[in-house]
Design a protein around this ligand. Structure first.
Ligand SMILES: C[S@@+](CC[C@H](N)C(=O)[O-])C[C@H]1O[C@@H](n2cnc3c(N)ncnc32)[C@H](O)[C@@H]1O
Length: 381
Protein backbone atom coordinates (compact mmCIF):
# COMPACT_ATOMS: atom_id res chain seq x y z
CA UNK A 1 0.00 0.00 0.00
CA UNK A 2 1.25 3.55 -0.71
CA UNK A 3 2.54 5.09 2.49
CA UNK A 4 1.43 8.66 1.71
CA UNK A 5 -1.97 9.83 2.92
CA UNK A 6 -3.41 11.84 0.06
CA UNK A 7 -6.65 13.17 1.50
CA UNK A 8 -7.34 16.06 3.83
CA UNK A 9 -9.51 15.19 6.80
CA UNK A 10 -9.52 18.70 8.29
CA UNK A 11 -13.01 20.15 8.67
CA UNK A 12 -11.80 23.75 8.45
CA UNK A 13 -12.99 25.67 5.40
CA UNK A 14 -10.34 27.90 3.90
CA UNK A 15 -10.92 31.03 1.87
CA UNK A 16 -10.05 29.09 -1.29
CA UNK A 17 -12.59 26.37 -0.35
CA UNK A 18 -15.27 29.05 -0.01
CA UNK A 19 -14.32 30.62 -3.38
CA UNK A 20 -14.39 27.20 -5.06
CA UNK A 21 -17.72 26.38 -3.40
CA UNK A 22 -19.21 29.56 -4.89
CA UNK A 23 -17.73 28.75 -8.33
CA UNK A 24 -19.00 25.15 -8.21
CA UNK A 25 -22.54 26.12 -7.28
CA UNK A 26 -22.55 28.63 -10.14
CA UNK A 27 -21.26 26.09 -12.68
CA UNK A 28 -23.73 23.47 -11.43
CA UNK A 29 -26.69 25.80 -11.96
CA UNK A 30 -28.72 25.08 -15.11
CA UNK A 31 -29.81 28.75 -15.23
CA UNK A 32 -26.15 29.91 -15.19
CA UNK A 33 -25.24 27.38 -17.91
CA UNK A 34 -28.08 28.71 -20.12
CA UNK A 35 -26.95 32.28 -19.51
CA UNK A 36 -23.27 31.49 -20.20
CA UNK A 37 -24.14 29.75 -23.49
CA UNK A 38 -26.29 32.68 -24.60
CA UNK A 39 -23.95 35.55 -23.62
CA UNK A 40 -21.45 36.34 -26.46
CA UNK A 41 -18.67 36.99 -23.93
CA UNK A 42 -18.92 33.65 -22.09
CA UNK A 43 -20.12 31.53 -25.06
CA UNK A 44 -16.60 30.39 -26.15
CA UNK A 45 -15.87 29.17 -22.59
CA UNK A 46 -19.25 27.44 -22.35
CA UNK A 47 -18.64 25.67 -25.67
CA UNK A 48 -15.12 24.63 -24.64
CA UNK A 49 -16.36 23.21 -21.32
CA UNK A 50 -19.23 21.39 -23.08
CA UNK A 51 -16.76 19.85 -25.55
CA UNK A 52 -14.41 18.80 -22.72
CA UNK A 53 -17.27 17.16 -20.82
CA UNK A 54 -18.47 15.45 -24.00
CA UNK A 55 -14.95 14.02 -24.58
CA UNK A 56 -14.93 12.65 -21.03
CA UNK A 57 -18.35 11.04 -21.47
CA UNK A 58 -17.50 9.31 -24.76
CA UNK A 59 -13.72 8.75 -24.49
CA UNK A 60 -14.23 4.97 -24.38
CA UNK A 61 -15.86 5.12 -27.83
CA UNK A 62 -12.86 7.04 -29.18
CA UNK A 63 -10.49 4.42 -27.72
CA UNK A 64 -12.47 1.53 -29.13
CA UNK A 65 -12.66 3.17 -32.58
CA UNK A 66 -8.87 3.35 -32.50
CA UNK A 67 -8.67 -0.24 -31.19
CA UNK A 68 -10.81 -1.47 -34.12
CA UNK A 69 -8.57 0.37 -36.65
CA UNK A 70 -5.45 -1.16 -35.06
CA UNK A 71 -6.95 -4.66 -34.84
CA UNK A 72 -7.97 -4.50 -38.52
CA UNK A 73 -4.56 -3.06 -39.49
CA UNK A 74 -6.42 -0.29 -41.29
CA UNK A 75 -3.54 2.21 -41.07
CA UNK A 76 -1.08 -0.31 -42.52
CA UNK A 77 -3.57 -1.07 -45.31
CA UNK A 78 -3.72 2.64 -46.23
CA UNK A 79 0.02 3.25 -46.04
CA UNK A 80 0.41 3.03 -49.81
CA UNK A 81 -2.55 5.35 -50.50
CA UNK A 82 -6.34 5.78 -50.19
CA UNK A 83 -8.68 2.87 -50.74
CA UNK A 84 -12.38 2.39 -51.55
CA UNK A 85 -14.84 1.20 -48.91
CA UNK A 86 -15.74 -2.03 -50.72
CA UNK A 87 -12.10 -3.21 -50.63
CA UNK A 88 -11.60 -2.16 -46.99
CA UNK A 89 -14.86 -3.92 -46.00
CA UNK A 90 -13.95 -7.16 -47.76
CA UNK A 91 -10.46 -7.18 -46.16
CA UNK A 92 -12.05 -6.68 -42.73
CA UNK A 93 -14.81 -9.26 -43.26
CA UNK A 94 -17.61 -6.79 -42.53
CA UNK A 95 -20.40 -5.11 -44.49
CA UNK A 96 -19.58 -1.93 -46.47
CA UNK A 97 -22.11 -0.09 -44.24
CA UNK A 98 -20.24 -1.09 -41.09
CA UNK A 99 -16.94 -0.09 -42.68
CA UNK A 100 -18.37 3.35 -43.57
CA UNK A 101 -19.36 3.80 -39.88
CA UNK A 102 -15.85 2.90 -38.74
CA UNK A 103 -14.19 5.12 -41.38
CA UNK A 104 -16.49 8.07 -40.61
CA UNK A 105 -15.84 7.73 -36.85
CA UNK A 106 -12.09 7.43 -37.46
CA UNK A 107 -12.18 10.44 -39.81
CA UNK A 108 -13.96 12.52 -37.16
CA UNK A 109 -11.05 11.65 -34.83
CA UNK A 110 -8.42 12.57 -37.47
CA UNK A 111 -7.25 8.98 -37.71
CA UNK A 112 -8.51 8.69 -41.30
CA UNK A 113 -9.60 11.22 -43.92
CA UNK A 114 -12.45 11.02 -46.43
CA UNK A 115 -10.93 11.23 -49.94
CA UNK A 116 -14.00 11.38 -52.21
CA UNK A 117 -17.19 9.29 -52.27
CA UNK A 118 -16.78 5.99 -50.38
CA UNK A 119 -12.98 6.34 -50.34
CA UNK A 120 -10.66 6.92 -47.35
CA UNK A 121 -6.97 7.60 -46.70
CA UNK A 122 -4.82 8.19 -43.64
CA UNK A 123 -5.61 11.19 -41.41
CA UNK A 124 -2.87 13.14 -39.63
CA UNK A 125 -3.10 11.05 -36.44
CA UNK A 126 -3.33 7.73 -38.30
CA UNK A 127 -0.22 8.67 -40.31
CA UNK A 128 1.64 9.69 -37.12
CA UNK A 129 0.70 6.38 -35.54
CA UNK A 130 2.29 4.50 -38.46
CA UNK A 131 5.57 6.24 -37.68
CA UNK A 132 5.58 4.81 -34.17
CA UNK A 133 4.69 1.10 -33.93
CA UNK A 134 4.85 1.37 -30.12
CA UNK A 135 1.51 3.18 -30.08
CA UNK A 136 -0.36 0.39 -31.89
CA UNK A 137 1.22 -2.15 -29.51
CA UNK A 138 0.08 -0.05 -26.51
CA UNK A 139 -3.43 0.13 -27.97
CA UNK A 140 -3.52 -3.67 -28.40
CA UNK A 141 -2.44 -4.38 -24.83
CA UNK A 142 -5.16 -2.04 -23.52
CA UNK A 143 -7.63 -4.89 -24.15
CA UNK A 144 -6.53 -6.29 -20.75
CA UNK A 145 -6.96 -2.92 -19.00
CA UNK A 146 -10.38 -2.26 -20.49
CA UNK A 147 -11.55 -5.76 -19.58
CA UNK A 148 -10.52 -5.05 -15.95
CA UNK A 149 -12.32 -1.69 -16.15
CA UNK A 150 -15.64 -3.16 -17.23
CA UNK A 151 -16.74 -2.56 -13.63
CA UNK A 152 -14.48 0.26 -12.42
CA UNK A 153 -15.97 0.35 -8.94
CA UNK A 154 -15.36 -3.37 -8.44
CA UNK A 155 -11.77 -2.80 -9.56
CA UNK A 156 -11.29 0.06 -7.08
CA UNK A 157 -12.84 -2.04 -4.30
CA UNK A 158 -10.37 -4.84 -5.09
CA UNK A 159 -13.26 -7.15 -6.07
CA UNK A 160 -12.15 -7.82 -9.64
CA UNK A 161 -11.12 -11.47 -9.59
CA UNK A 162 -9.73 -11.82 -13.12
CA UNK A 163 -6.94 -9.20 -12.84
CA UNK A 164 -6.00 -9.46 -16.51
CA UNK A 165 -3.58 -6.51 -16.45
CA UNK A 166 -1.73 -7.92 -13.41
CA UNK A 167 -1.35 -11.20 -15.31
CA UNK A 168 0.07 -9.24 -18.24
CA UNK A 169 2.69 -7.78 -15.82
CA UNK A 170 3.27 -10.95 -13.75
CA UNK A 171 5.94 -9.33 -11.52
CA UNK A 172 3.00 -7.49 -9.95
CA UNK A 173 1.82 -10.91 -8.70
CA UNK A 174 5.24 -12.47 -7.98
CA UNK A 175 7.59 -9.80 -6.62
CA UNK A 176 10.64 -12.05 -6.39
CA UNK A 177 10.19 -13.11 -10.01
CA UNK A 178 11.28 -16.65 -9.06
CA UNK A 179 8.32 -18.35 -10.68
CA UNK A 180 8.25 -16.19 -13.80
CA UNK A 181 8.99 -18.12 -16.97
CA UNK A 182 10.37 -16.63 -20.15
CA UNK A 183 6.93 -17.17 -21.77
CA UNK A 184 5.17 -15.22 -19.01
CA UNK A 185 7.44 -12.16 -19.37
CA UNK A 186 7.77 -12.25 -23.18
CA UNK A 187 4.57 -10.27 -24.04
CA UNK A 188 5.38 -7.26 -21.79
CA UNK A 189 9.06 -7.39 -22.75
CA UNK A 190 8.09 -7.20 -26.45
CA UNK A 191 5.72 -4.29 -25.72
CA UNK A 192 8.47 -2.42 -23.86
CA UNK A 193 10.94 -3.06 -26.70
CA UNK A 194 8.65 -1.72 -29.41
CA UNK A 195 7.77 1.39 -27.38
CA UNK A 196 11.35 1.98 -26.15
CA UNK A 197 12.73 3.97 -29.14
CA UNK A 198 10.49 6.99 -28.41
CA UNK A 199 11.50 6.87 -24.72
CA UNK A 200 15.22 6.54 -25.49
CA UNK A 201 15.07 9.46 -27.96
CA UNK A 202 13.57 11.74 -25.32
CA UNK A 203 15.75 10.57 -22.39
CA UNK A 204 19.07 10.52 -24.24
CA UNK A 205 18.43 13.94 -25.81
CA UNK A 206 17.84 15.36 -22.31
CA UNK A 207 20.86 13.59 -20.77
CA UNK A 208 23.51 12.48 -23.32
CA UNK A 209 25.74 9.71 -21.96
CA UNK A 210 28.91 10.77 -23.79
CA UNK A 211 30.64 11.77 -20.54
CA UNK A 212 30.20 8.36 -18.89
CA UNK A 213 32.26 5.18 -18.80
CA UNK A 214 29.78 2.43 -17.89
CA UNK A 215 25.94 2.36 -17.80
CA UNK A 216 23.90 -0.12 -15.73
CA UNK A 217 20.24 -0.23 -16.85
CA UNK A 218 18.18 -1.64 -13.95
CA UNK A 219 14.89 -3.20 -15.13
CA UNK A 220 16.43 -2.85 -18.57
CA UNK A 221 14.08 -5.30 -20.34
CA UNK A 222 15.43 -6.77 -23.56
CA UNK A 223 18.28 -4.22 -23.74
CA UNK A 224 16.61 -1.77 -26.14
CA UNK A 225 17.59 1.27 -24.04
CA UNK A 226 21.17 -0.01 -23.77
CA UNK A 227 21.32 -0.39 -27.56
CA UNK A 228 20.22 3.23 -28.04
CA UNK A 229 22.77 4.35 -25.42
CA UNK A 230 25.51 2.31 -27.15
CA UNK A 231 24.73 4.03 -30.46
CA UNK A 232 24.92 7.45 -28.80
CA UNK A 233 28.10 6.78 -26.80
CA UNK A 234 30.44 4.30 -28.55
CA UNK A 235 32.89 4.34 -25.58
CA UNK A 236 30.23 3.19 -23.08
CA UNK A 237 30.45 -0.23 -21.43
CA UNK A 238 27.02 -1.73 -20.73
CA UNK A 239 25.40 -3.63 -17.85
CA UNK A 240 21.84 -4.92 -17.60
CA UNK A 241 19.91 -6.12 -14.53
CA UNK A 242 16.42 -7.64 -14.77
CA UNK A 243 14.41 -10.69 -13.76
CA UNK A 244 15.83 -14.05 -14.97
CA UNK A 245 13.15 -14.67 -17.63
CA UNK A 246 13.73 -11.20 -19.09
CA UNK A 247 17.54 -11.33 -19.19
CA UNK A 248 17.32 -14.57 -21.19
CA UNK A 249 15.58 -12.53 -23.90
CA UNK A 250 18.05 -9.63 -23.50
CA UNK A 251 21.04 -11.96 -23.90
CA UNK A 252 19.85 -13.08 -27.34
CA UNK A 253 18.81 -9.59 -28.47
CA UNK A 254 22.10 -7.93 -27.44
CA UNK A 255 24.15 -10.74 -29.01
CA UNK A 256 22.21 -10.30 -32.29
CA UNK A 257 22.97 -6.57 -32.13
CA UNK A 258 26.70 -7.41 -31.93
CA UNK A 259 27.01 -6.09 -28.36
CA UNK A 260 27.82 -9.36 -26.56
CA UNK A 261 31.42 -8.25 -25.88
CA UNK A 262 30.38 -4.87 -24.53
CA UNK A 263 27.67 -5.96 -22.09
CA UNK A 264 27.48 -7.74 -18.73
CA UNK A 265 24.08 -9.18 -17.90
CA UNK A 266 22.99 -9.98 -14.33
CA UNK A 267 19.72 -11.79 -13.54
CA UNK A 268 18.01 -11.00 -10.24
CA UNK A 269 15.25 -9.16 -8.42
CA UNK A 270 15.92 -5.76 -6.89
CA UNK A 271 13.51 -6.78 -4.11
CA UNK A 272 15.93 -9.49 -2.96
CA UNK A 273 19.34 -8.95 -4.54
CA UNK A 274 22.03 -6.29 -4.49
CA UNK A 275 22.74 -4.50 -7.78
CA UNK A 276 26.02 -5.11 -9.61
CA UNK A 277 28.73 -2.49 -9.08
CA UNK A 278 31.16 -0.96 -11.60
CA UNK A 279 28.91 1.52 -13.43
CA UNK A 280 29.31 5.29 -13.07
CA UNK A 281 25.73 5.88 -14.25
CA UNK A 282 22.65 3.78 -13.41
CA UNK A 283 19.36 4.20 -15.27
CA UNK A 284 15.84 3.44 -14.11
CA UNK A 285 13.66 3.85 -17.19
CA UNK A 286 9.89 3.32 -16.69
CA UNK A 287 10.71 1.27 -13.57
CA UNK A 288 10.02 3.46 -10.51
CA UNK A 289 6.33 4.20 -11.25
CA UNK A 290 5.63 0.44 -11.23
CA UNK A 291 6.44 0.13 -7.51
CA UNK A 292 5.06 1.38 -4.19
CA UNK A 293 6.91 3.98 -2.12
CA UNK A 294 8.55 1.55 0.33
CA UNK A 295 9.88 -0.62 -2.52
CA UNK A 296 11.14 2.48 -4.36
CA UNK A 297 12.93 3.67 -1.22
CA UNK A 298 14.74 0.30 -0.98
CA UNK A 299 15.53 0.29 -4.71
CA UNK A 300 16.99 3.83 -4.60
CA UNK A 301 19.14 2.87 -1.60
CA UNK A 302 20.49 -0.11 -3.58
CA UNK A 303 21.19 2.08 -6.61
CA UNK A 304 23.11 4.51 -4.41
CA UNK A 305 25.08 1.67 -2.81
CA UNK A 306 26.05 0.36 -6.28
CA UNK A 307 27.32 3.75 -7.52
CA UNK A 308 30.76 5.25 -6.76
CA UNK A 309 30.98 8.71 -5.13
CA UNK A 310 29.58 11.27 -7.57
CA UNK A 311 28.01 8.53 -9.68
CA UNK A 312 24.82 9.49 -11.50
CA UNK A 313 21.30 8.11 -11.28
CA UNK A 314 19.28 8.73 -14.46
CA UNK A 315 15.53 8.33 -13.88
CA UNK A 316 13.17 8.59 -16.85
CA UNK A 317 9.41 7.98 -16.94
CA UNK A 318 6.13 9.87 -17.46
CA UNK A 319 5.55 12.09 -14.42
CA UNK A 320 2.50 13.81 -12.98
CA UNK A 321 1.92 17.47 -13.81
CA UNK A 322 4.78 17.45 -16.36
CA UNK A 323 2.87 18.03 -19.58
CA UNK A 324 0.92 21.09 -18.37
CA UNK A 325 -2.83 21.64 -18.72
CA UNK A 326 -5.30 18.86 -17.94
CA UNK A 327 -3.18 16.05 -16.53
CA UNK A 328 -4.13 13.04 -18.66
CA UNK A 329 -0.90 11.25 -17.64
CA UNK A 330 -1.96 11.29 -13.98
CA UNK A 331 -5.52 10.17 -14.73
CA UNK A 332 -4.26 7.33 -16.92
CA UNK A 333 -1.54 6.02 -14.59
CA UNK A 334 -3.64 6.35 -11.41
CA UNK A 335 -6.17 3.92 -12.84
CA UNK A 336 -3.72 1.83 -14.89
CA UNK A 337 -1.45 1.10 -11.91
CA UNK A 338 -4.46 0.46 -9.67
CA UNK A 339 -5.52 -2.23 -12.17
CA UNK A 340 -1.97 -3.58 -12.28
CA UNK A 341 -2.02 -3.76 -8.48
CA UNK A 342 1.05 -1.72 -7.52
CA UNK A 343 2.93 1.50 -8.24
CA UNK A 344 2.08 5.21 -8.37
CA UNK A 345 2.43 8.00 -10.89
CA UNK A 346 4.67 10.56 -9.14
CA UNK A 347 5.46 14.20 -9.74
CA UNK A 348 9.06 15.37 -10.13
CA UNK A 349 8.70 17.00 -6.70
CA UNK A 350 7.68 13.69 -5.08
CA UNK A 351 10.57 11.84 -6.76
CA UNK A 352 12.96 14.55 -5.62
CA UNK A 353 11.81 13.91 -2.02
CA UNK A 354 12.33 10.15 -2.41
CA UNK A 355 15.80 10.74 -3.89
CA UNK A 356 16.84 13.07 -1.08
CA UNK A 357 15.53 10.57 1.49
CA UNK A 358 17.72 7.89 -0.15
CA UNK A 359 20.78 10.15 0.25
CA UNK A 360 21.11 11.48 -3.33
CA UNK A 361 22.21 15.10 -3.84
CA UNK A 362 22.25 17.62 -6.71
CA UNK A 363 18.85 16.37 -7.87
CA UNK A 364 17.99 18.06 -11.19
CA UNK A 365 14.78 17.84 -13.23
CA UNK A 366 15.71 18.10 -16.92
CA UNK A 367 13.53 19.47 -19.71
CA UNK A 368 12.51 16.84 -22.26
CA UNK A 369 11.23 17.24 -25.81
CA UNK A 370 7.93 15.48 -25.11
CA UNK A 371 7.12 15.38 -21.36
CA UNK A 372 4.05 13.25 -22.10
CA UNK A 373 6.43 10.46 -23.18
CA UNK A 374 8.97 10.88 -20.36
CA UNK A 375 10.43 13.39 -17.95
CA UNK A 376 13.99 13.02 -16.70
CA UNK A 377 15.65 13.47 -13.32
CA UNK A 378 19.37 13.10 -12.64
CA UNK A 379 20.94 12.93 -9.18
CA UNK A 380 24.41 12.37 -7.71
CA UNK A 381 25.25 9.60 -5.27
C1 LIG B 1 7.79 -1.23 -17.38
S1 LIG B 1 9.14 -2.28 -17.72
C2 LIG B 1 10.36 -1.14 -18.37
C3 LIG B 1 11.43 -1.83 -19.16
C4 LIG B 1 12.49 -0.89 -19.73
N1 LIG B 1 13.22 -0.19 -18.71
C5 LIG B 1 11.86 0.06 -20.71
O1 LIG B 1 11.65 1.23 -20.39
O2 LIG B 1 11.56 -0.38 -21.82
C6 LIG B 1 9.76 -2.63 -16.09
C7 LIG B 1 10.96 -3.57 -16.10
O3 LIG B 1 11.36 -3.77 -14.72
C8 LIG B 1 11.61 -5.15 -14.56
N2 LIG B 1 11.37 -5.51 -13.15
C9 LIG B 1 10.21 -5.51 -12.47
N3 LIG B 1 10.38 -5.94 -11.21
C10 LIG B 1 11.70 -6.22 -11.09
C11 LIG B 1 12.50 -6.70 -10.03
N4 LIG B 1 11.96 -6.98 -8.84
N5 LIG B 1 13.83 -6.85 -10.24
C12 LIG B 1 14.38 -6.58 -11.46
N6 LIG B 1 13.67 -6.11 -12.50
C13 LIG B 1 12.34 -5.94 -12.33
C14 LIG B 1 10.64 -5.84 -15.48
O4 LIG B 1 10.99 -7.18 -15.77
C15 LIG B 1 10.66 -4.91 -16.69
O5 LIG B 1 11.67 -5.30 -17.60
Amino acid sequence: MPSVVRYDTSAATSLSDRWRGWRDSLLASAAFQRWAAACPLTRPIARKRAAELFDLCVGFVYSQTLAACVQLELFEGLRAGPCDVATLASRAAMSPDAMVSLCEAASALQLLERRGAARYGLGPLGAALLGNPGIAAMVRHHAALYADLTDPVALLRGQDSERRLAQYWPYALDKTGDALTRDSVAPYTALMAVSQPMIADVVLAAYPLSGHRCLLDVGGGDGSFLMAAARQAPQLRLQLFDLPGVVAIAQERLAKAGLADRVTITPGSFYDDLLPTGADVISLIRVVHDHDDDAVARLLAKVRAALPDNGVLLLGEPMREAAGGADGVSAYFEIYLRAMGQGRPRSAARLRDLLHAAGFSQVRVLRTRIPLVASVIVAKS
